[in-house]
Design a protein around this ligand. Structure first.
Ligand SMILES: Cc1cc2nc3c(=O)[nH]c(=O)nc-3n(C[C@H](O)[C@H](O)[C@H](O)COP(=O)(O)OP(=O)(O)OC[C@H]3O[C@@H](n4cnc5c(N)ncnc54)[C@H](O)[C@@H]3O)c2cc1C
Length: 427
């Protein structure tokens, strides 16, 4: 049998691609290697994801399950008094006022079950390699749980394999992000009393000298806590086991982080990931296209992963359906509008991600000026409007001019202070 699309992976990107392909009257097959529910990091969603949930009729399920509503985000320093809460309803489109905090094992399972209920076929098995027809990908080879092998043919293979990036890895297309190389340790905690600066349901991001901590509260009282540090710093102070490294980071961060975690307890082991910021140089080719993390993922500080995964899944499904209906080839040229949209989306959020490491930018984010327009811009971008560049393009230019000015001023002040000390003490 020839499928219209074989999708590698049943996470948010794969499930969404499959849903929209099936709605367009095509026959997609999702191949997922694990038995859901399975643990996955990435629990904080963004308001601009709600459109896709509504379209997929998944919003009611999220509401019924009683996931924690997320109406804002708190960004601050662990030690200084600078801390700032953004409320999503203060954005340029106030209707994007909330999202959810979701344990991903449950969320991904519900999404895949929903997609199955809407008519998508899902097969448990591990894709081992693509099947080639000359230069063109024409299907996949899979290994089933009983160790038997199967070949499945399709018009296109959608790689939604997450950080495995099966096809980009095979074609040697993965490029590490040139600015960010990090190490993250994370787990689920109990007994954390919520700080007064945050509303119930907010995500809390607290920066310290070597990185930042996230706190993501769930409806059942558990809180996902993680720390992200520079990879080189991790190598320098590497200590085993992971728990000891995590405790060291709490001591380093001190202040708010240490207070929040003072009485915290944990039922499950910690997890770790390293060097996960990278992108595929090409995100499509003859007979294949990659979506979600398989195509690109750069740093989790603004919780963009699931939104990008689902948005790219939806966009690729729509381009594929149109191309199949017109008997067009499925190749890089066909998927160019998708690649352009993904790059433009990341270009909206990447400057925020890169500047988050700069103390001047942190000051601005943790203690913003009372300029209503700038606050609206920041809230809109951090709510996830990445796929609507026209909304923020103009104000973004002004915003980044101000940031550069502040950074230059801070560098100048630092330089002058240094020279003053140099002169005074004849260093
Ligand atoms: C430290 C950290 C924190 C994060 N925090 C957030 C956050 O707060 N909010 C947010 O939105 N995002 C966050 N993310 C990102 C988020 O985890 C991902 O962007 C998101 O899960 C991507 O979805 P996906 O469907 O592309 O991939 P995944 O969710 O990874 O799904 C891929 C699926 O493919 C399957 N698969 C892989 N290889 C094969 C194979 N060979 N055969 C069959 N199946 C296969 C896997 O089993 C998996 O189920 C974070 C990421 C990191 C690293």
């Amino acid at each position: 049998m020839l499928y219209d699309a074989v999708i590698i992976g049943g996470g948010p990107a794969g499930a969404t691609s499959a849903y929209y392909l099936a709605k367009a009257g095509l026959n997609p097959l999702v191949i997922e290697q694990t038995q859901f529910p399975r643990y996955c990091v990435g629990e904080s969603l963004l308001p601009y994801n709600m459109d896709i949930f509504r379209e997929m009729k998944f919003d009611k399920i999220l509401e019924e399950k009683g996931f924690m509503k997320k109406e804002g985000a708190v960004f601050g320093s662990s030690v200084s008094k600078e801390i700032n809460r953004i409320d999503f309803s203060d954005g340029m489109e106030p209707e994007y006022s909330y999202a959810y905090q979701v344990p991903r094992d449950e969320f991904d399972n519900l999404l895949l079950e929903h997609v199955k209920a809407e008519g998508v076929e899902v097969l448990q098995g591990k894709v081992t390699e693509p099947v080639m027809d000359g230069q063109k990908v024409s299907g996949v080879k899979i290994r089933l749980s009983d160790k038997s092998e199967r070949t499945i043919k399709s018009k296109v293979v959608v790689d939604a394999s997450g950080r495995s990036s099966l096809l980009a890895r095979k074609y040697n297309l993965l490029i590490p992000d040139p600015h960010i190389e990090t190490f993250a340790v994370f787990g689920l905690f109990n007994n954390i009393s919520w700080p007064k600066e945050a509303k119930n349901g907010d995500i809390l991001i607290l920066a310290f000298e070597h990185g930042w901590f996230w706190f993501i509260p769930f409806a059942d009282g558990r809180i996902s806590v993680g720390v992200v540090v520079d990879f080189k710093y991790y190598q320098r102070c590497r200590i085993e086991p992971l728990e000891d490294f995590f405790d060291l980071m709490i001591r380093n961060a001190s202040g708010r982080v240490a207070t929040l975690l003072k009485n915290a307890s944990r039922d499950e082991p910690l997890h770790a990931l390293q060097k996960f910021s990278r992108y595929a140089e090409k995100k499509s080719g003859p007979g294949w296209v990659s979506v979600g993390d398989a195509a690109m993922f750069v740093d989790p500080v603004f919780s963009a992963g699931v939104l990008v995964a689902m948005s790219t899944g939806r966009l690729v499904a729509s381009i594929t359906a149109e191309a199949i209906s017109k008997n067009h080839e499925l190749n890089a040229e066909t998927y160019k509008p998708y690649e352009d949209a993904l790059v433009s989306a990341y270009n909206t959020v990447l400057p925020f991600i890169y500047h988050f490491r700069s103390p001047s930018f942190q000051k601005l984010l943790f203690h913003p000026p009372k300029d209503g327009k700038l606050v609206k811009l920041v809230v809109t971008i951090l709510s996830g409007c990445f796929f609507k560049p026209e909304l923020t393009d103009q104000d973004s230019k002004r915003f980044w001019r101000i940031v550069r000015l502040i950074e230059t001023k801070d560098k100048l002040v630092y330089f002058l202070k240094f020279h003053w000390l140099f002169d005074k003490f004849k260093i």
